[in-house]
Design a protein. Structure first.
Length: 155
């Protein structure tokens, strides 16, 4: 009998969805998100794609002024924007912001997925993980905006 796989398990499944950009913001490949952030296939492609698209929309909203400034500076795409002198890094940080926020959203869904229940889970609780990925998303946005990211947590 095959046991359900846990949150970082590998599988032979593939995902093919692409969240299209608008020409300035890049396309987001679901396969890249799943591979880089070890997203389990138990979520299903539709849910993963939905949360990736939601995260992208929220990050793009935060970066609206950034885009306006970069277009005014003559950058035709995000990929053309140098970040601290490195080509391609603006796109990399944009994807990190989106991917981390999407993973945070998926972590909230984690309790509803089938998991192996034998043994004790030694990792962080999903809420702690959610907060960490949300913070990493905000940090990536701050790097793009060249601002300081301050996260305040209620005591």
């Amino acid at each position: 009998m095959q046991q359900p796989q846990g949150f970082g398990a590998t599988t032979s499944k593939t995902v093919t969805a692409v969240i299209p950009g608008d020409g300035w913001w890049p396309d987001l490949r679901l396969a890249e998100f799943v591979e880089l952030y070890r997203i389990p296939y138990e979520y299903g492609e539709a849910l993963m794609a939905d949360h990736l698209a939601l995260a992208r929309t929220l990050v793009v909203q935060q970066l609206g002024g950034f885009r306006t400034q970069q277009e005014a500076a003559g950058h035709a795409t995000l990929a053309a924007v140098p970040l601290h002198g490195f080509a391609g890094e603006a796109e990399r940080f944009f994807k990190r912001a989106v991917h981390c926020l999407a993973k945070a959203f998926l972590l909230a869904q984690f309790a509803t997925t089938v998991r192996h229940t034998m043994g004790k889970e030694e990792g962080k609780e999903p809420l702690e993980n959610y907060r960490q990925f949300e913070a990493w998303s905000q940090n990536a946005v701050s790097v793009l905006l060249d601002t300081t990211s301050i996260m305040v947590e209620a005591l």
